[in-house]
Ligand binder design. Structure first.
Ligand SMILES: [Zn+2]
Length: 116
């Protein structure tokens, strides 16, 4: 077996969040479960209707559960920014479809919407 090349620890790559537009910002580790707090890496401030600029209006938490990997259930709590268009008042959230699009044709990734 070839000698492995070690690099600095990276929780995003360990949890296969690379390319999903999420980054881990915190952790809550218990003996029986783990919760990783995440943020969305791609800003999404432009209105889908009029292309006006959105103003952040708080966050919502989207929970995603990992497919079985090891013995400790792990859940992502993704803080998703909500925006309100300053021109037409439309409201939207940052796009997290890459992170939990299992079930869609061609989708990949270990995360799925969590229940509860
Ligand atoms: Zn608008």
């Amino acid at each position: 077996m070839p000698k492995p090349a070690f690099v600095s620890p990276d929780l995003d790559s360990f949890c296969l969040l690379d390319g999903l537009g999420l980054t881990v910002t915190g952790q809550h580790i218990r003996r029986d479960r783990a919760i990783l707090e995440c943020g969305v890496t791609v800003d999404d401030p432009w209105c889908r209707s009029c292309r006006g600029r959105g103003i952040p209006r708080g966050t919502v938490v989207r929970r995603l559960a990992h497919l079985p990997l090891g013995w400790r259930p792990t859940t992502l709590w993704v803080r998703v920014l909500r925006y309100r268009c300053s021109d037409c008042a439309r409201v939207w959230r940052q796009d997290t479809s890459k992170a939990a699009d299992r079930g869609r044709p061609g989708a990949v990734g270990p995360w799925a919407p969590a229940s509860g």
